[in-house]
Write a protein that binds this ligand. Sequence first.
Ligand SMILES: Cc1cc2nc3c(=O)[nH]c(=O)nc-3n(C[C@H](O)[C@H](O)[C@H](O)COP(=O)(O)O)c2cc1C
Length: 121
Amino acid sequence: MINALVVYGTRYGATANTSEVIADVLRQERFEVKVVDAKKDKLQSISEFSLVIVGSGIKMGKWTKEPKKFLGKFQKELSKKKVALFVCCGSAKLLTEREEKTREMEKGKKNILKIKLFTII
Ligand SMILES: Cc1cc2nc3c(=O)[nH]c(=O)nc-3n(C[C@H](O)[C@H](O)[C@H](O)COP(=O)(O)O)c2cc1C
């Protein structure tokens, strides 16, 4: 059994819903999944999880601050785990949806992480 953690930051609720959908899919694949709202639940340890998925809604090009804090706090440990990032965003007018999400992901990686990433979009 693989233990997975989904940590998210949301302003309007979409990323919370998306996190639950991700968790449901993983559970169907027999993962044990914990879903955490980074604003409400400050985790002290992530040692039990081998897969950590972190997501945020985007407002004016920015992540919510709590998932960024989470990534910073556990950066060293995360470098030894499988990590996936996702964003929930809406502005696909200038770029295609995929390009926009990729751009936000790249920003997240550059700004926050210097760790091994397994990304999902
Ligand atoms: C005030 C506001 C600003 C937004 N800014 C952006 C943005 O800069 N880029 C983008 O792709 N989407 C933007 N969006 C769309 C949100 O990212 C999208 O609705 C997302 O699902 C919100 O996630 P959340 O519900 O988890 O907060 C914005 C939405 C609002 C209401």
